[in-house]
Write a protein that binds this ligand. Structure first.
Ligand code: ZN
Length: 459
């Protein structure tokens, strides 16, 4: 039975319902949660009055279904298997979305579970729960066991929100004022007035403070007080929020006193641990802190450790900083090697002596061929040299001649058209560009034939 935490509910469906509920809560997370929709609310109010919330001290409660509504909020006497509607219990343990706290989810059951509660909200003061009827018709007047699921996790996040507000005031100053909040069973969000982004140190200080408050084992207490008396106690009220003559004051020792209708842990220690996951800006002068505690804090810490382990594996070092440093050094080294390779020819160029003239015609993959031509001219008494290089889609040709009958400009002019280019130059130096890389071998042959027509063996 659900009551024994041995939950029978189809978990996949449950998750999807919970997401749906969260989306709705998101849409209305700042308001009081009292949604106005056309429906039979007036009729219900006249007939039954406002139903009582008994969830502060109960997460299961035997309740009577005093009214049922269809999806359009029209009163019906029963909801059949497979349908969705709303249920009004005479006394309900389901908390209705308000004050930033998400409404409860859970189930209604008798001997076996009969319906899932996917959302709880207030409509004209009526506390209604959205019900998805699973396996048997539910009827008005029936008695059911109402079971709240995941309340403890919601309570942890709500109580942590109170501690967070107090920690923010300590670290950033008393001018910090709540501008909105949201807590559900997985996370909390707290918006507050502050003119600039928090520093890393401030965030850490706030996080540490909240964890200290948790570790201090502070007992919580709840009091219903006349509003003036509550204010005298220094309870923090939310600006713009409407309060009645008497207010509920939630207190954690000397660290937090707030007007609050939400559900809370009995002792700060119940919260477990607290991590701030994000600090961001919402609008001018309003910042937002997102945080996790309870089971979500454990999952968060685990996922951080997992990420760290993944990085360890990836950089092949238990000390990831050392691993990353090694990789950076490797990159540096490789860059250097690459640069060196690009600046030097990858293979020795082909050269031959024809008579007393050195003749060099070759395709050079890497390196600076202009420099190579100069080097040959400087290192030889008689030299005719033409080098070809493919660079991506383009071809580069450079020719040089020293003390030979070959005119470098003519040589280039004869060869460049083969690779779809043109160019020319002086008798001792010339260069050209081309754009047909596939023809460089042909160009090389043509260059050889050309040069041999000028330089003869006994030349
Ligand atoms: Zn609160």
């Amino acid at each position: 039975m659900l009551r024994d935490q041995n939950i029978k509910v189809d978990t996949e469906k449950f998750d999807s319902l919970m997401n749906e509920q969260k989306a709705k809560a998101k849409a209305a997370w700042k308001g009081s949660g009292d949604s106005s929709t056309e429906g039979d609310f007036k009729i219900l109010l006249e007939k039954y009055g406002v139903n009582e919330f008994v969830g502060y001290n109960n997460i299961t409660y035997t309740s009577k279904i005093i009214a049922l509504l269809d999806e359009n909020f029209k009163e019906v006497t029963s909801l059949e298997k497979g349908t969705t509607g709303w249920v009004m219990l005479d006394k309900t343990p389901f908390y209705a979305t308000s004050g930033g706290q998400n409404g409860d989810i859970g189930a209604l059951e008798d001997n076996e579970h009969i319906a899932i509660i996917s959302e709880t909200a207030k409509f004209h003061g009526l506390n209604l729960s959205k019900v998805n009827v699973e396996n048997s018709t539910i009827n008005q007047g029936e008695e059911v066991e109402a079971v709240v699921v995941n309340r403890y996790e919601i309570a942890k996040h709500h109580s942590a929100t109170h501690l967070l507000q107090s920690a923010l005031k300590i670290v950033l100053g008393d001018t910090v004022a709540q501008a909105g909040s949201l807590n559900d069973d997985k996370r909390l969000r707290f918006d507050f007035t502050y003119p600039k982004a928090m520093s890393k140190d401030e965030i850490e200080e706030v996080e540490d403070l909240v964890n200290t408050m948790i570790a201090r084992n502070i007992q919580g207490s709840v009091e219903e007080l006349p509003i003036d008396e509550a204010k005298k106690k220094g309870a923090i009220a939310m600006f713009g929020e409407k309060y009645g003559d008497t207010v509920r004051v939630v207190k954690f020792g000397d660290v937090s006193v707030e007007f609050c209708g939400g559900t809370h842990v009995r002792n700060t220690n119940d919260i477990g641990s607290f991590y701030i996951t994000k600090e961001s800006g919402v609008s001018a002068g309003v910042r937002r802190i997102e945080a996790v505690c309870g089971n979500s804090a454990i999952s968060y810490a685990k996922s951080c450790i997992k990420k760290y382990e993944d990085v360890q594996t990836e950089v092949k070092n238990n000390n990831v900083l050392v691993g990353i440093k090694k990789l950076k050094d490797q990159i540096k080294e490789l860059k250097k090697e690459l640069e060196e390779a690009q600046n030097s020819s990858s293979a020795p160029v082909q050269e031959e002596m024809i008579g007393d003239t050195k003749v060099v015609v070759d395709i050079v993959k890497n390196g600076d061929i202009k420099k190579l031509v100069d080097d040959y001219k400087n290192g030889n008494e008689k030299v005719a040299i033409l080098l070809i290089q493919a660079k991506g889609e383009k071809v580069m040709l450079v020719a040089g001649s020293k003390n030979t009958a070959v005119k470098a400009g003519d040589w280039i002019k004869a060869v460049a058209p083969i690779v779809g280019g043109g160019g020319g130059g002086r008798a001792d130096f010339a260069q050209a560009g081309g754009k047909d890389v596939s023809k460089i071998e042909d160009a090389k042959q043509a260059a050889l034939e050309f040069v041999k027509g000028f330089i003869k063996g006994n030349g």
